[in-house]
Design a protein around this ligand. Structure first.
Ligand SMILES: Cc1cc2nc3c(=O)[nH]c(=O)nc-3n(C[C@H](O)[C@H](O)[C@H](O)COP(=O)(O)OP(=O)(O)OC[C@H]3O[C@@H](n4cnc5c(N)ncnc54)[C@H](O)[C@@H]3O)c2cc1C
Length: 414
């Protein structure tokens, strides 16, 4: 099933001989793909760069289960034809729920084939301001001009490592995002630092692979989600959508605010912060509970120092006075957005970019203070709310981006 038939037709710039395109999307994950689907359907000439579903297929552990419910896994397209249901029907496949990582990656690759079969897997190494837009340089040195650029590069660059673990080699201390396979930890002792989904699921996978695992979390208790599906949330309840929007982010009451990024944006900053905090605090899926029954999970603990113990062990000092000596420390300490860490931005562009707490300040169409430069995905979360950290935010982001770009094309703006 193909829903679009636009083939890129790079024109030649008047200024020089390099091809120019209307929109360059950097990133081929759910957000980049959704943006491409909406823009190409609106006949906006669009090029997409990056490895399709690269973050999901390289930086999440094999065997992982996607935390989002089915309805929150659809990557947005303007005709709502390329949902998970569209995929299973078109490809005649069955996907058990909760959705396995491998199934979600296959869905994303299928979506890409329908929308942007011509994804360019090269990485963008440089973006600089140019007359009437931007000049982009690819990792092989080729350069071209784009009138607009959409940054859809996800969170991979923003992994958070507590400074006490600086200087350790990757064999002793690593972040969860550095692993696709975990089987080499069989028989080893591993301290997993963190108390969210990534920590708990990594701990379950390590335990099942034969590692000796302990979870060390700062928070006073683990928040478990949806241990039992109540009648209110069950499919049998015809009024379920009143209480639970399909975006599936945030507790009842706040979840509809989060599902409406245009509304979130209007709230006072302090209310936005509170809504975001209440909606995305660390939590584990209820289906992990039985898998972790015999794994020690220690809460209200902070690692105060980490030192090498011989060449192949790490010694941890904990703030309750106890100590550990482990083969490996797995940092499931999440991500912290800071777009200034992107090495591809030229200094003059970075100077013109208004950033608060690492997030770009965005207006309608998810456009930054640099006209024509847009951000989708997690970097949009400060302006448009936490749904932008999840696949279920692709609908709002891609449609509002397309509306802005179509409107500006109509006015002959760059
Ligand atoms: C362990 C884990 C589990 C998660 N589970 C869920 C879940 O259940 N549900 C959910 O909704 N979200 C989940 N998330 C969040 C998830 O990361 C985002 O929802 C989703 O990946 C956002 O999509 P994206 O397109 O913004 O980024 P990504 O999927 O990270 O895609 C980024 C793209 O950018 C490309 N790229 C990066 N730099 C460049 C460059 N310089 N040039 C060209 N291309 C580049 C990459 O190759 C990739 O194609 C999870 C995250 C983690 C870490």
């Amino acid at each position: 099933m193909k829903i679009q038939s636009f083939v890129n037709n790079p024109r030649k710039s008047q200024l020089n001989d390099r091809p120019v395109c209307q929109v360059a999307i950097i990133g081929a994950g759910p957000y980049g793909l959704a943006a491409a689907a909406h823009l190409r359907a609106a006949k906006i000439e669009t090029r997409v760069f990056g490895e399709t579903m690269g973050f999901w297929s390289r930086q999440m552990p094999e065997g992982m289960i996607v935390r989002s419910i089915w309805d929150a896994c659809h990557i947005s397209d303007p005709h709502r034809a390329l949902t998970m249901d569209g995929y299973t029907a078109a490809e005649r496949v069955q996907i058990p729920q909760p959705v396995a990582l491998s199934d979600f990656i296959n869905y994303g690759r299928w979506f890409q084939q329908q929308v942007v079969p011509d994804v360019d897997a090269r990485h963008v190494a440089g973006i600089e301001l140019a007359p009437h837009g931007f000049r982009l340089v690819l990792d092989d040195g080729e350069s071209f001009h784009a009138q607009r650029v959409v940054i859809a590069t996800g969170i991979a660059k923003f992994s958070r490592r507590p400074p006490i673990f600086d200087g350790f080699p990757a064999e002793l201390v690593s972040h969860t995002s550095e692993h696709r396979k975990l089987n080499h930890f069989a028989g080893k002792s591993v301290a997993v630092i963190g108390g969210g989904q990534s920590a708990l699921e990594t701990a379950a996978l390590l335990h099942e692979l034969g590692a000796e695992v302990e979870v060390i979390a700062r928070q006073p208790r683990i928040n478990w989600l949806d241990q039992k599906v109540t009648w209110l949330k069950s499919e049998a309840n015809p009024f379920r959508r009143i209480f639970y929007p399909p975006s599936d982010v945030g507790p009842p009451g706040l979840n509809w605010i989060v599902a409406t990024p245009g509304l979130f944006r209007q709230l006072p900053r302090r209310t936005q912060e509170w809504v975001a905090y209440r909606s995305i605090r660390p939590a584990g899926s209820g289906w992990l509970v039985p898998r972790l029954r015999t794994v020690p999970i220690r809460t209200s603990l902070t690692v105060t120092t980490a030192t090498g113990a011989g060449t192949d062990k790490v010694a941890l000092q904990i703030d309750d006075g106890s100590a550990r000596r482990v083969d490996h420390v797995m940092l499931a300490t999440g991500y912290r957005v800071d777009v200034t860490r992107h090495s591809f931005f030229a200094p003059d562009l970075l100077k013109a970019l208004h950033v608060a707490d690492g997030y770009p300040e965005l207006r309608a169409g998810l456009e930054s203070s640099v006209p024509g430069l847009h951000f989708v995905g997690a970097p949009a979360a400060r302006s448009f709310g936490p749904v932008n950290r999840f696949v279920s935010g692709t609908g709002y982001a891609a449609s509002s981006l397309a509306r802005r770009i179509v409107a500006s094309a109509g006015r002959n703006e760059p």
